[in-house]
Design a protein around this ligand. Structure first.
Ligand SMILES: [Zn+2]
Length: 254
C-alpha cells in the first residue's frame, strides 16, 4: 500500500474510533466492549444515525422505541440508554435490569390516585392528605404530581395540595372536564379558607388559573395566585421584559 493511502485509511479508522466513543458515551475503546457492543457500534459508526435502528437486533430496536417515548428522551438518547442497559445484560448488569423492570411493574400495579387530592400514591389517602399537622383549610393547586413534589420539597408550605393532572389547553382540546377540577370543587365543602393556584405562568397555566378563580370565587372561597417575577439571586439587567413587568405588577408593600 502506498504511504498516502495507508495514512488515509488509518485516519478514517481513527475517525470511526472517535465517533464510536462519542456516540457510545462510555469513553471505552471498542476493543474493551463486549462483542455485541463492538458489532453494534461498528454499524453505527459506519452508517448514518437512521441506520442505528436498522443495524441492531429487533429486541434492541423495540427497547429504543419504548425509551424514546419518554419525555425529554430523543432517539439518540434512547439508543445510548438502551446500549447502556444491555451492556452487562449477561453479567452483573442483569440484576440492574431486573430491578428496573420490577420497579416499573410496581409503579403500574401499586400506584393509584389519592381519592382526596388526586396525586399519585400507594396508600389512600396519600401521606400529605393524612398528615394532621398540615392546615386543612389551605389548598395549593398544581398541574402535576411532580409540581407538588417541587413545592413540598422546600418545606415552606404547610397546607394541603390538589393535583389537576394537566392544564386547560383549547388548542390541544383539553377542557375542564379533562382535569380534576370537579374533585377540587367538591373538597371546598370541608371548610376550605383559601385556594392558592400554583400553575406555571404560561398561556395554559394562566388560562387554568383564571378558570379556577371564576369557578371558586362565587362559592365564597378566597383564591390567590403564586407570585411571578425575578428569581432569587437573579440580575435585574439580564431579565426579560415580561418577567420585569410581572415583578412590578406583583410588588409587595414593605
Ligand atoms: Zn392526597
Amino acid at each position: 500500500m502506498a504511504p498516502d493511502s495507508r495514512h488515509r485509511s488509518s485516519s478514517i479508522a481513527a475517525k470511526i474510533h472517535c465517533r464510536e466513543i462519542a456516540l457510545d458515551g462510555s469513553g471505552l475503546s471498542p476493543s474493551r466492549r463486549s462483542p455485541l457492543d463492538r458489532s453494534a457500534w461498528r454499524a453505527v459508526a459506519l452508517g448514518s444515525f437512521s441506520r442505528i435502528v436498522v443495524a441492531v437486533a429487533d429486541p434492541i430496536r423495540r427497547l429504543v422505541q419504548e425509551l424514546s417515548r419518554l419525555p425529554g428522551i430523543g432517539e439518540k438518547s434512547a439508543t445510548r440508554l438502551a446500549f447502556h442497559l444491555i451492556r452487562g445484560a449477561n453479567g452483573a448488569g442483569r440484576q440492574q435490569i431486573q430491578d428496573l423492570a420490577q420497579a416499573l411493574l410496581d409503579v403500574t400495579d401499586k400506584i393509584r390516585l389519592c381519592s382526596v387530592c388526586c396525586t399519585m400514591t400507594e396508600g389512600d389517602p396519600c401521606s400529605t392528605c393524612a398528615d394532621p399537622r398540615r392546615e386543612p383549610d389551605l389548598i395549593c393547586v398544581v398541574a402535576t404530581p411532580s409540581d407538588l413534589v417541587a413545592i413540598d420539597r422546600g418545606g415552606h408550605f404547610r397546607g394541603k395540595f390538589h393535583v389537576l393532572h394537566g392544564l386547560l389547553s383549547p388548542l390541544e382540546g383539553i377542557g375542564p372536564d379533562d382535569l380534576r377540577i370537579a374533585e377540587l370543587v367538591r373538597r371546598l365543602d370541608t371548610g376550605v379558607r383559601e385556594v392558592i393556584v400554583a400553575t406555571s405562568p404560561s398561556v395554559d397555566g394562566e388560562a387554568t388559573a383564571m378558570y379556577i378563580a371564576r369557578t371558586i370565587k362565587p362559592l365564597g372561597v378566597q383564591v390567590s395566585r403564586i407570585a411571578t417575577g425575578l428569581p432569587v439571586g437573579g440580575e435585574l439587567e439580564y431579565s426579560d421584559q415580561a418577567t420585569i413587568a410581572r415583578a412590578l405588577a406583583g410588588r409587595a408593600t414593605m
